[in-house]
Ligand binder design. Structure first.
Ligand SMILES: [Fe+2]
Length: 437
């Protein structure tokens, strides 16, 4: 969010009206509640792993964002909805003071799911009134903060999908979130490596055209050597060859930290895979079913992605290579298996879905890159609480690109940088290979 850039009156951001914002606000807020509709009350509350927050917490925390970051800042003498909610539902903002500890989110039976529903309804009402009432002087700053709050909520919607998946998958009953409409493609394109010409490439954005996060700025020049990028994602069938070849047992394929992680966790397969009578099955949001060899492999850590690439004699792309390739072929989120497509799982590569011979750049799975998550040259972290949104996480994490089957279509773009620690596997994370020329 670039509040520091000079506003150009004709820019798309400046043209957002109060009616536009009210419409986006209602739509995004409703989406979070729609995601929870298939849940039983018990599903809202538990936290089976530290990274997996209860859906109830997500519903409250996204509301807290609007209450503390917008209403409490702009409304004179603002009276919070509840005296404890700023403490309970702050996630990681030191600027806003103490908070309920993250590993303990699932230990709270109160406030109840119904209480959180009332909290959402009350803040929604206050926010609608605020959007209509805020004076012209404060409108640009308020509009930008609310827009950030909506993108923040969309990020949490993806987390809700993956957290709900984890919550359901931990039960031996293998409950489905929704029934499947899954029908695999007849045949997927052969894996090919497409050559891209490097040179001086301008990556990132200056946010002159619309919304972006501060970590995508500023637009800057990088030098990229000529490279090759796989035309589609690595499939489960291809990953299974690595497993059958003893890939998990071969120390020379693994990063040192990855080998230690593997020993520590005993991991020998992607998350959510299990062998049923000698046949590999996969737990999905539509329940447990046999692994389809043509579907993209997902829920792999950076360590597994890197070991697989090494086994194939390839490497992971850098984020500059990914962005250059996606820009060159004019890849667009319009063509991708994203949240709105309601598959809630990566699907086999559709032969008619590519642009210039490249497939699946947007959607299906977040693609691990070999790039550390760092500030771009010239990056200016926001001051105050918003500086905590992205900048403070710029150590020990890797960049992922392209969005997943749980990412909203209007949330992802070619410059978007996601980031996770190397051992994280509960997001829809997968692999695309790269090579030198
Ligand atoms: Fe958050």
């Amino acid at each position: 969010l670039s509040q520091h850039t000079t506003e150009v009156a004709s820019s798309p951001r400046a043209r957002i009206t109060r009616a536009d914002l009210l419409e986006s606000f209602s739509r995004v807020r409703q989406c979070s509640e729609d995601i929870c509709k298939p849940l039983a009350t018990e599903d809202y509350v538990v936290q089976p792993a530290e990274d997996v927050s209860p859906p109830k917490w997500h519903l409250a925390h996204t509301t807290w964002f609007f209450e503390q970051v917008v209403l409490d800042r702009f409304e004179a003498n603002y009276r919070p909805f509840h005296s404890q909610y700023f403490f309970l539902f702050n996630s990681y903002y030191q600027t806003f003071g103490d908070r309920w500890e993250r590993p303990m989110r699932g230990s709270l039976s109160r406030p109840t799911v119904a209480d959180i529903g009332e909290y959402r309804a009350a803040i929604d009402q206050r926010m609608r009134e605020f959007i209509q009432r805020v004076d012209e002087e404060h409108w640009p700053a308020a509009r930008d903060l609310i827009t950030l709050g909506l993108h923040h909520e969309q990020q949490h919607q993806e987390l809700m999908m993956t957290d709900i998946k984890y919550i359901l998958a931990i039960s031996p009953l293998n409950p489905a979130y929704v029934e499947s409409a899954y029908s695999p493609a007849k045949s997927i394109p052969e894996a090919e490596f497409i050559r891209f010409s490097g040179g001086v490439f301008e990556m990132g954005t200056d946010d002159n055209d619309g919304f972006c996060y501060d970590n995508e700025t500023p637009r800057h020049r990088v030098f990229v050597k000529d490279f090759q990028l796989m035309n589609r994602l690595v499939t489960c069938g291809e990953f299974l060859e690595f497993m059958k070849d003893g890939g998990y047992e071969a120390p020379t394929l693994w990063l040192s930290d990855g080998w230690d992680w593997k020993i520590r966790t005993g991991r020998r397969k992607p998350l959510f895979w299990e062998s049923v009578d000698g046949v590999w099955h996969i737990m999905t949001l539509t329940g447990l079913r046999p692994v389809d060899p043509d579907e993209p492999v997902c829920h792999v850590t950076y360590y597994e992605a890197a070991a697989y690439a090494r086994w194939r004699g390839k490497r992971l792309p850098t984020e500059a290579e990914w962005e250059l390739a996606a820009t060159t072929v004019k890849a667009s989120p319009e063509h991708g298996n994203l949240f709105e497509d309601a598959n809630y799982h990566p699907i086999p590569c559709q032969p008619d879905s590519g642009t210039s011979g490249m497939y699946q750049l947007f959607g299906d799975v977040w693609e691990w890159t070999g790039s550390a998550y760092l500030a771009y040259p010239g990056y200016k972290q926001e001051t105050g609480a918003l500086g905590e949104y992205n900048g403070k996480f710029m150590s020990n994490q890797m960049v992922l690109r392209g969005g997943s089957c749980a990412t909203a279509r209007d949330h992802i773009r070619v410059t978007y940088r996601n980031f996770f620690h190397c051992d994280k596997d509960w997001q829809f994370t997968g692999v695309r290979l790269a090579d030198d020329t």
